[in-house]
Design a binder for this molecule. Structure first.
Ligand code: NAD
Ligand code: DAU
Length: 355
């Protein structure tokens, strides 16, 4: 199967940058096109180490712009798409749902249409093509204290973010069933690791602890998430992209459930050690705040299918991954400063425009 020219959407974001780095470094014969609009969540500094490699190309553009997407497909004639571009933060979706509908639903349909028109002529599908849609476990809704999401769990999204992702998943599958578009889809649990935008729980808490600012914990901190190291997710994406069966979906998870309050207490203790603070200093910053509206109680992924059929499993214990993550943030203060001050947006966009 030839998949050598690949568009990766959202490659300047958190997970996307890890996927782009992995593909650029591991597959020198592939041409990787990072298609990203550089919203607040996109940061080309995430890719500084690979930006000059000859198999890497950056395209600044908006997936909601159908004409732009169609022209890009006509110009580069991709063999595959790995689609990560999205609005990804649940709290922002509660404040501004429409932006999520546009990017996550309309943007995905634009990409599906472009792939369909490029790859399917007279109802014949070109061989070796693949549209890989990256989605979330949040489409399955919220679990009680027991049970796991499997690939057969019914969708029950409960925030504007998860509803928009669920809709995009349904559209991807609908294009497969209706037009025979060669698709594959995966639904992953919460990621953590380097280059994570500090609006999300772990990087926000690291930044606040570092600066001795309050660490906001929603409600009583009883909500449970299943955390996966981002490089393990990027490796899962690599495996599913190359070996996943057409028309199938795969759950990806860390088998690593933590109540938010327990996670934050562990993080505080790691930070006390790393910053040579007296044990308990960082925990004193924990502040319980008003809960997120409609806050899902628990997510937990069963990734048996991916493990048994494609041989993937998580590689890192959470304690080790969390320590690596803290080390990265402490060693990359300039990244954090640029992101929290907003400087990264103008600096890198100007640098790109000047090329
Ligand atoms: P992110 O918010 O860090 O990055 C999103 C990227 O998409 C940014 O680079 C942004 O500039 C780009 N983008 C946004 N709108 C765009 C548009 N209209 N056109 C082109 N580019 C645009 O997101 P992330 O956390 O890296 O998540 C990536 C994907 O993985 C998303 O689809 C998300 O739903 C999914 N996912 C995330 C997690 C997680 O824990 N972060 C878990 C499971 C699945
Ligand atoms: O499950 C996968 C999803 O994980 C992805 O699809 C989303 O893109 C990603 O953002 C993430 O969603 P969450 O809402 O679970 O992540 P977040 O980091 O925003 O919150 C994690 C938990 O911590 C959640 O229960 C809310 C809580 N929280 C969050 C923040 C930002 C707090 O208690 N305080 C906070 O300040």
């Amino acid at each position: 199967m030839s998949k050598s020219t690949i568009i990766i959407t959202g490659g300047a974001g958190f997970i996307g940058s890890h996927v782009v780095r992995r593909f650029v470094n591991n597959y020198p014969d592939y041409k990787i096109y990072n298609f990203d609009n550089l919203t607040y969540a996109g940061n080309l500094a995430n890719l500084k180490d690979i930006e000059l490699k000859s198999n890497y190309h950056f395209i600044k553009g908006d997936i909601t712009d159908a004409a732009f997407v169609n022209k890009l497909f006509a110009d580069i004639n991709p063999d595959a798409v790995i689609h990560l571009a999205a609005e990804s933060h649940v709290d922002r979706s509660i404040t501004n749902p429409l932006e999520f509908i546009m990017t996550n639903i309309v943007g995905t349909v634009n990409l599906l249409n472009a792939a369909r028109h490029t790859w399917i002529k007279d109802k014949k599908v070109s061989s070796g093509k693949r549209f890989y849609h990256i989605s979330t476990d949040e489409v399955y809704g919220s679990l009680g204290n027991t049970g796991f999401f499997t690939e057969n769990t019914s969708y029950d999204p409960r925030s504007p973010y998860s509803a928009s992702k669920a809709s995009s998943d349904h559209l991807v599958m609908a294009y497969h069933h209706t037009y025979h578009l060669p698709v594959v889809l995966s639904n992953c649990s919460n990621n953590y690791g380097s280059h994570h935008f500090p609006e999300k729980l772990i990087p926000l808490a690291i930044n606040n602890i570092k600066n001795m600012k309050p660490v906001p914990v929603y409600g009583k901190g009883e909500n449970v998430r299943d955390w996966l190291y981002v490089e393990d997710h990027a490796r899962a994406i690599d495996v599913i992209f190359h070996k996943g069966k057409e028309g199938e979906k795969y759950n990806v998870g860390g088998n690593n459930e933590w109540k938010n309050i327990d996670l934050i207490r562990l993080l505080c203790s790691v930070m006390d050690k790393k910053l040579n603070r007296k044990e308990g200093t960082s925990a004193s910053l924990i502040t319980f705040v008003t809960d997120r509206p409609g806050h899902d109680l628990r997510y937990a992924i069963d990734s048996t299918k991916l493990q048994n059929e494609l041989g993937w499993k998580p590689s890192l214990q959470f304690e080790e991954g969390l320590e690596k993550t803290v080390d990265w943030y402490l060693a990359n203060d300039a990244w954090l400063q640029q992101v929290t001050s907003g400087e990264y947006m103008t600096y890198y966009q100007h640098q790109y425009d000047a090329r």
